[in-house]
Design a protein around this ligand. Structure first.
Ligand code: SAM
Length: 298
C-alpha cells in the first residue's frame, strides 16, 4: 500500500481483516535491538496469535515472550540446523500452520538466518509477510551524520584475512556510504583494516543503540584507531563509513588508465554522439565540459 496523507487510507491496514493471523503463512517478526519498548503492538499480536514460533535461540526468545505474557510452542532455527529445520518448518506451513520467525535481535534476515527460510518459502510457494521494526544497520545509518541517500550494507567482514582483504578491495572505490556490523572483541582489528584499505575517511561508531549507554562517536578512521589503542570496546557496534572520495573513486574507475581522448572515444564507440560522449567523460572525471572539449578538439 502506498502511504497517503488521507488518514482513512493510511489507517485502513489496522483493520481486523488485515491483522488476522493467516494459516500457512510465515511471519518475520522484528524484535527489539536493546529496548523492550520497541516491540510493536502488532508484533505482540502476531506472536500471541501464531501456532508456533521459530527462534534463533529459544531460551532467549522465550524470555522475551514471557515478559509480554505470551507462551507459545517453539522450535529452534539457527545457522547450523537451518537446512533440515527450514524444510520441517515449511512442511508445517504447507499443512496450514502459521509461524512467527524471530532472531536474537532486530530484523530477521539481516546478518542472521532469516534469509534462507524466506528463499525456501519462495521456492515452495508459501506466503511470507513481515512485521517490521528496528534494524541496527538502518538505526545507525540515520544517526551517523553521513550521506544517507546511497549506502551499501556490508555486514560482518570475514575473519579470514584473504577474504577480508578481497572484500575491502572490492568496495574501496565505491562512492556510497558503507555499513558494517562488528563484535566488540574484533573491533580494533577491523578499524585498523578499514583504515589501511580505505584511507582516512569519516566514520561513525554507533554503539549500544536504543540502550541506556547508546553512544554515537563521529570521527575519522585514523582517530578511531588511536582512540581504541588504550580503550577496550564494549557492547554492540555498527560502523558507518564514508564512501570513497572523488579521487579514490577515479582510481578504480574503468577509465582510470585511459587518456581523455580514449575516454571520449569509448563513449562514441558505445553509440553516443560526440557532444554526449564529451558530457559523459566530463561527468566521470568531475571536469567542466569545455575542458574536455578543448582536449579532444586540438
Ligand atoms: N538482524 C539484526 C538487525 O536487524 O540489526 C542484526 C543481527 S547481527 C547477528 C548482530 C549485529 O548487529 C551485532 O554484532 C551488531 O553489529 C549489530 N547490533 C545489534 N544490536 C545492536 C545495538 N543495539 N547497537 C549496535 N549494534 C547492534
Amino acid at each position: 500500500m502506498s502511504l497517503t496523507k488521507d488518514p482513512d487510507v493510511y489507517y485502513a491496514d489496522t483493520s481486523e481483516e488485515k491483522n488476522k493471523i493467516n494459516g500457512g503463512t510465515l511471519y518475520l517478526v522484528t524484535t527489539p535491538i536493546g529496548n523492550l519498548a520497541d516491540l510493536s503492538e502488532r508484533a505482540k499480536k502476531v506472536l500471541a496469535g501464531v501456532d508456533f514460533v521459530a527462534a534463533e535461540d529459544t531460551r532467549n526468545s522465550a524470555k522475551l515472550l514471557a515478559i509480554f505474557g505470551i507462551k507459545k510452542p517453539m522450535v529452534s532455527y539457527y545457522e547450523h540446523n537451518k537446512r533440515e529445520r527450514g524444510e520441517i518448518i515449511c512442511d508445517r506451513l504447507a499443512a496450514g500452520e502459521s509461524c512467527a520467525l524471530v532472531t536474537d535481535a532486530g530484523m530477521p534476515g539481516i546478518s542472521d538466518p532469516g534469509e534462507d527460510i524466506v528463499k525456501l518459502c519462495a521456492e515452495r510457494g508459501i506466503p511470507v509477510t513481515a512485521v517490521p521494526g528496528p534494524c541496527a544497520a538502518m538505526t545507525a545509518l540515520t544517526l551517523s551524520g553521513l550521506f544517507t541517500a546511497r549506502f551499501a550494507f556490508e555486514g560482518f567482514l570475514s575473519t579470514n584475512k584473504g577474504e577480508r582483504r578481497r572484500h575491502l578491495d572490492e568496495i574501496k572505490h565505491d562512492r556510497h556510504t558503507l555499513i558494517f556490523y562488528e563484535a566488540p572483541h574484533k573491533l580494533k582489528a577491523t578499524l585498523a583494516d578499514l583504515f589501511s584499505a580505505l584511507g582516512d575517511r569519516k566514520i561513525s561508531l554507533c554503539r549500544e543503540l536504543t540502550k541506556l549507554n547508546e553512544e554515537i562517536l563521529r570521527t575519522t578512521l585514523s582517530e578511531a584507531v588511536n582512540m581504541y589503542t588504550d580503550r577496550e570496546p564494549r557492547g554492540e557496534y555498527v560502523l558507518i563509513v564514508e564512501g570513497a572520495s572523488e579521487e579514490q573513486a577515479a582510481e578504480g574507475a574503468f577509465w582510470s588508465d585511459m587518456t581523455i581522448e580514449e575516454h571520449v572515444a569509448y563513449y562514441i564507440d558505445g553509440g553516443k554522439s560526440k557532444m554526449d560522449a564529451i558530457k559523459a567523460c566530463a561527468k566521470d572525471r568531475g571536469m567542466a565540459k569545455n575542458e574536455v572539449y578543448k582536449v579532444v578538439n586540438v
